[in-house]
Design a protein around this ligand. Structure first.
Ligand SMILES: Cc1cc2nc3c(=O)[nH]c(=O)nc-3n(C[C@H](O)[C@H](O)[C@H](O)COP(=O)(O)O)c2cc1C
Length: 170
């Protein structure tokens, strides 16, 4: 007799995110706690130090020059997961460079991707801009969520994000 074990046919889900100033982290952790799924932060080897205006120059130029900053070893096997709930702040209209590194290094392959992005109103083309990365390596974007001004709107956004993520997590 073949017993159907609990967990069969369930997608394995990872919340993978980068956050510089904490907003994306807050949403990511809320989702992980409420969905009871694994969570991992992508950590650059050399994190941006400046919190002043120069952060925009430094971070923005990294995006525009398509830099792939070195990231720390993740210590998880991404191949174990079917669905990645991917979170990033928007920098210069696209996801942040450490996420770009993940795609350029081929570390995200054959995944369904649900993408949430945190920003302050300048993200209108960000999903379109990210598509070439999402389309690489047999990935498939299955949903996206804009999180505008998380610091101010967290109480509303956390529920919106959770309802959104529940559509993909069985
Ligand atoms: C280098 C840099 C570039 C940014 N570029 C944009 C942008 O193009 N559009 C926008 O709406 N917000 C931009 N922001 C603001 C962040 O996207 C926003 O504050 C986000 O919520 C930060 O997420 P985090 O706290 O997880 O780092 C930028 C922030 C930084 C540091």
């Amino acid at each position: 007799m073949i017993l159907k074990m609990e967990g069969d046919n369930m997608s394995k889900v990872l919340i993978l995110y980068y956050s510089f100033e904490g907003s994306t982290k807050k949403i990511a952790e809320y989702l992980a706690n409420n969905l009871q799924v694994d969570i991992k932060r992508v950590e650059p080897v050399n994190e941006l130090k400046s919190k002043g205006f120069s952060k925009f120059l430094w971070g923005g130029s990294q995006v525009i020059m398509k830099k792939t900053p070195e990231i720390k070893v993740l210590n998880i096997n991404i191949d174990d997961y079917d669905l990645i709930i991917l979170g990033s702040p928007i920098w210069a209209g696209n996801f942040a460079p450490p996420i770009y590194t993940m795609f350029e290094k081929g570390l995200i392959k054959n995944k369904k991707i649900a993408y949430f992005y945190c920003h302050e109103g300048g993200a209108s083309k960000s999903v379109k801009r990210a598509m070439p990365s999402f389309d690489k390596d047999n990935n498939e974007l299955i949903g996206d969520l804009s999180c505008l001004n998380v610091v101010k709107n967290f109480d509303m956004l956390k529920d919106e994000a959770l309802n959104w993520a529940k559509k993909f997590v069985n």
